[in-house]
Design a binder for this molecule. Structure first.
Ligand SMILES: [Zn+2]
Length: 250
């Protein structure tokens, strides 16, 4: 692929970076990313992937836009309340970058369809908001050997972990079982500031861009914890767990 003049202009500020290249841009253009959840994490993550020039972008979300979403989900505007989130997100992303092929999947991820949904993706961004859904996405990606960026955010706290199934620790290696009910609160229970979710979702996009292009060093066998109260950041080293039911067979 040769970049056209408008593409050279659109991507000029990332092409200027010494780490980036036309080759990295072409790898991105040939890639298919899947964003599961078009909410607080999915909004910034999908926006930056479309803007950067990922060729195909899938958006999975079964919900409709609610008024209480708008403070933290910047792909959704007030007139979108009541409309399907996947469709709203897809339309905005295509306004941002009309060259990107956006597929929308207004479906709920279940243990019956998860593997089929992630199949064929070059990277999956898990932008869901519960331990149950994160295990579901992690296990499907491990089964299909699809690289994954996991993340979570609640109140002022966020975490991000990238996974290459069979090579680095998966989400289930790091968290073999869900914490007891009530001990860790989701953003539905603990609340969240939109700006904090924006930081974590942007880091997810950055991780996906690194996984897709080979530029930089993704958070493989390392988990980033960030606390927005004082901006403290901790990188925790992780390792694969022998006999992990999700990734050991890969
Ligand atoms: Zn594992």
């Amino acid at each position: 692929m040769t970049l056209t003049a408008p593409e050279l202009e659109r991507y000029s500020r990332q092409l200027l970076m010494t780490e980036w290249s036309g080759e990295a841009q072409e790898r991105l253009w040939g890639a298919r990313a899947l964003v599961i959840g078009a909410g607080a994490l999915g909004s910034p993550a999908a926006t930056y992937l479309a803007a950067a020039g990922v060729g195909q972008l899938g958006i999975v979300d079964p919900d409709r836009v609610e008024l209480s979403n708008l403070h933290r989900q910047p792909l959704h505007f007030t007139p979108d309340v009541g409309r399907p989130k996947a469709e709203v997100a897809g339309a905005k992303l295509n306004l941002l970058n009309p060259e990107v092929v956006v597929e929308t999947h207004p479906v709920e991820l279940t243990d019956r369809n998860a593997e089929a949904v992630v199949m064929g993706a070059d990277v999956v961004l898990d932008c869901t908001d519960s331990f149950e859904s994160r295990y579901l996405v992690n296990d499907a990606c491990c089964a299909q050997d699809v690289p994954l960026v996991e993340a979570g955010v609640a109140a002022f706290e966020g975490l991000v972990l990238s996974v290459r199934p069979g090579e680095s620790a998966c989400y289930r290696c790091v968290f073999p079982s869900a914490p007891p009910a009530g001990s860790r609160r989701s953003c539905r229970e603990a609340g969240v500031l939109g700006a904090m979710a924006g930081i974590v979702g942007s880091i997810q996009a950055l991780e996906a861009l690194k996984l897709l292009t080979g530029v930089g060093e993704p958070l493989l066998d390392r988990m980033l914890q960030i606390d927005g109260r004082d901006m403290a950041q901790l990188v925790v080293h992780t390792s694969r767990r022998a006999g992990c039911p999700a990734c050991a067979r890969v």
